[in-house]
Design a protein. Structure first.
Length: 191
């Protein structure tokens, strides 16, 4: 819905720019253009706004944020590592899927792994280690299965021990042990 609104506004502005060279009363035309843009922007219904917010929340669901640094799957790792500072530990190993080295950065509350992509490293996975961090939906290790199901829905349950959500390049897996969250993992999706 946001794309439609942006396209509509862009079309109105483009039409306004094309007519701006006309010799007529330009101030009246600017007022008309402003009114048209305002009307187009205001022409969103509450349902459309809720849909756009839900889509944003869905996308944010696959981004883990730590101390103000967003981490998304397949993002370039260097700026993320720079923002996060030194890891508690670091290991690397020859990648079995890519040319180069897979790298593992262990921070206080999560582990981030990367894969080589040419001359860059990209985020491959992220595993939360404790209850001091949470997903964008405020799900943490130790939360109840009931809370997870309220947030992610029964349809995301795999029938065994996990709630699995996938969108674009990312998958979010919340593993349940008994009636509590035991692990939360973000992984990159490759076709």
């Amino acid at each position: 819905m946001k794309k439609m609104i942006c396209l509509l506004i862009a079309a109105v502005l483009a039409a306004g720019m094309l007519t701006a060279c006309d010799s007529g009363d330009s101030s009246a035309k600017k007022d008309d253009q402003a009114t048209t843009v305002a009307a187009a922007a205001a022409d969103t219904t509450p349902a459309a706004d809720e849909t756009a917010q839900a889509q944003d929340a869905q996308t944010d669901r696959f981004t883990f944020t730590y101390k103000g640094t967003p981490i998304t799957m397949k993002a370039e790792a260097a700026p993320i590592c720079e923002a996060l500072g030194d890891a508690k530990s670091y290991t690397e190993e020859t990648s079995c899927a890519f040319d180069g080295l897979d790298k593992n950065y262990t921070f206080t509350s999560f582990i981030m792994t990367t894969y080589p992509d040419g001359d860059k490293d990209r985020v491959n996975s992220l595993t939360l280690l404790d209850d001091t961090v949470s997903t964008a939906d405020k799900i943490s290790i130790g939360d109840s299965k009931e809370k997870v199901e309220e947030v992610y829905g029964a349809d995301s349950f795999n029938g065994v021990n996990a709630y699995i959500l996938t969108e674009g390049d990312a998958q979010l897996t919340v593993i349940i042990d008994g009636d509590k969250v035991s692990s939360i993992q973000y992984t990159a999706v490759f076709e």
